[in-house]
Write a protein that binds this ligand. Sequence first.
Ligand code: ARG
Length: 250
Amino acid sequence: MKKYLKTLIILTLIVAATFSFSQTLVQIKQRGKLLVGTEPTFPPFEFVDESNQIVGFDLDIANELAKRLGVKVEVVSLPFDSLIPALQQGKVDMVIAGMTITEDRAKVVDFSKPYFEANQAIVVRKDGNFRPQSLEELIGKKIAVQLGTTGDLIATDVKGIEVVRFQRFTDAFLELQNGRVDAVVLDEAPAKAYVKKFPKFILSKVVDTGETYGVAVRKGNKELLNFVNQTLDIMRASGTYNKIIDKWFE
Ligand code: ARG
């Protein structure tokens, strides 16, 4: 009798584990929408277009994921440093935000396989003659970053740089335009997008940081993580990945 009871308990545990395991995908399907957290001042990955829609490379990945689940994407727009807490609290299913896979973040969330390679860049005003060629040349200067980004981390790591932190990159660039800071440090592709849109800025130097972006899901959410990884594989194999690269990076 004892033996049967033990078997029963083990079986119950396995069934329970399987159910909690597959809960997210079922939940998303039942809900009919995939909740994606992002911070939309990061072109071409996520930004607000002329018709007030949040669009970009990351949203195309989100749409592909949603399409395979037969649901719609619902974008939850948050400050960058609130994205991981929102994910942990279950307010979003995943974060797709040009988020660099870092050791510290990987302690609290799980990352998909890398989907993009990135470096940091230093952007300055074109009309001045300040053209820094390294982070060290920012010592004694005032720079703007987005709060909680890798740009924030690497600039803060250099003693003597005065770092001013903003929730939105648009505000960081406003500060640069108004001459209240000497430079903005941010990821290379968004740096290029801002410089292209606002010719009064210039990209002074790319700082090689060798970062990669990943989609973040709640820690231990293997089912969703596998689904994301599988979708990324399919997107690469089918040419969809290259298509969206061409779309957003001409
Ligand atoms: N790659 C950088 C990081 O992970 C910046 C990402 C900013 N993304 C955004 N959507 N604002 O810290």
